[in-house]
Design a binder for this molecule. Structure first.
Ligand code: CP
Length: 309
């Protein structure tokens, strides 16, 4: 692995290796002084062109635990405001001695573009509506920990599938690990036939359900997603209230999932829209476990990409 650009390019074994490494690294996070010198002398650049709480801070924490040095870039206040291009910005920052770049960018394919021009590892921290691979890896780790397996599960993903990079990475990741994925949401927020074919990985496969109940019935894992209104361009749902009434999850709609099925959300959550307030205390809700696992996953990815050079 030279870079982590997407889940699409990862094999079953590569995903499994990252998960096993992350499971082992969690021991460090439980120590009284959670710090090891493994990446001492390495310089990591966090290049975020979009807002982030979980991803950015868990990469920061992962770097600090592994003793890597951090450079954090935000477009506001940089020479981008004077017209400097992305590539020039990155080349100049690399001249300062960067060993790895973590990038979040609103344009799909930006990490892939950089990886063609920059000779150091690139980690995709979310590119447009394309993919968010470290989110899918931390979701896999959470399910593996809680259910003991990643195979033969029914995974239901509910919401704005078409515009969600998390959905795209999770659809691929869970299928690659041997589970079947069912997605549901408003019809115009579901993937079109060409996209459906792209995301289908046989033999487990991926199903688009126009009725939410079909996706939820007997599910082992339910993932709710935020409506990505910043990527719609035009209004695609009449109102959040109407969305909450038709595709919002609550205790009643979850009655048909398996007993002890996990309830997940990548965050940020709009409580009262995709999840009802009553689900904050749902016993099998693992949203903060996902956030916690983000640190171990990002440590594993940094180690895999940096410890070899
Ligand atoms: N899940 C996720 O990517 O959250 P942030 O946007 O806060 O990083």
């Amino acid at each position: 692995m030279k870079s982590l650009l997407d889940i699409y390019s990862l094999s079953f074994s590569e995903i499994e290796e990252i998960l096993i490494l992350a499971e082992n690294l969690k021991e460090i996070l439980g120590r009284p002084i959670p710090k090891v010198p493994t990446l001492r002398g390495k310089q990591v650049l966090l290049l975020f062109y979009e807002p982030s709480t979980r991803t950015k801070f868990s990469f920061e924490r992962a770097c600090k635990v592994l003793s890597a040095d951090l450079m954090s870039f935000s477009a506001k206040g940089s020479s981008i405001e004077k017209g400097e291009t992305l590539l020039d910005t990155v080349k100049n920052l690399c001249a300062l001695g960067v060993n790895l770049i973590v990038i979040r960018h609103p344009l799909s394919g930006t990490p892939h573009f950089l990886s063609k021009h920059i000779p150091i590892p690139i980690v995709n921290a979310g590119d447009g509506r394309h993919e968010h691979p470290t989110q899918a890896l931390l979701d896999l780790l959470t399910v593996k920990e809680k259910l003991g397996t990643l195979s033969d599960l029914k995974v239901a993903i509910i919401g704005d599938i078409k515009h969600s990079r998390v959905a795209h990475s999770d659809i691929l990741a869970f299928q690659k690990m041997g589970s079947q994925v069912f997605v549901s949401g408003p019809a115009h927020l579901l993937p079109e036939p060409k996209e459906q074919a792209f995301f289908e990985i046989k033999p487990r496969g991926f199903r688009v359900c126009y009725k939410m109940e079909e996706a939820l019935k007997g599910a082992d894992v339910v993932m709710a997603l935020r409506i990505q209104r910043e990527r719609h361009g035009e209004a695609l749902i009449p109102s959040l209230l109407e969305y909450a009434q038709t595709f919002g999850l609550n205790k009643k709609t979850l009655e048909i999932i398996k007993e002890k099925a996990l309830l997940m959300h990548p965050g940020p959550i709009n409580w009262g829209v995709e999840l009802s307030f009553e689900l904050e205390n749902y016993p099998f809700q693992v949203i903060l476990d996902q956030v916690e696992n983000g640190v171990a996953i990002r440590m594993a990815v940094l180690l895999k990409l940096l410890s070899g050079d």
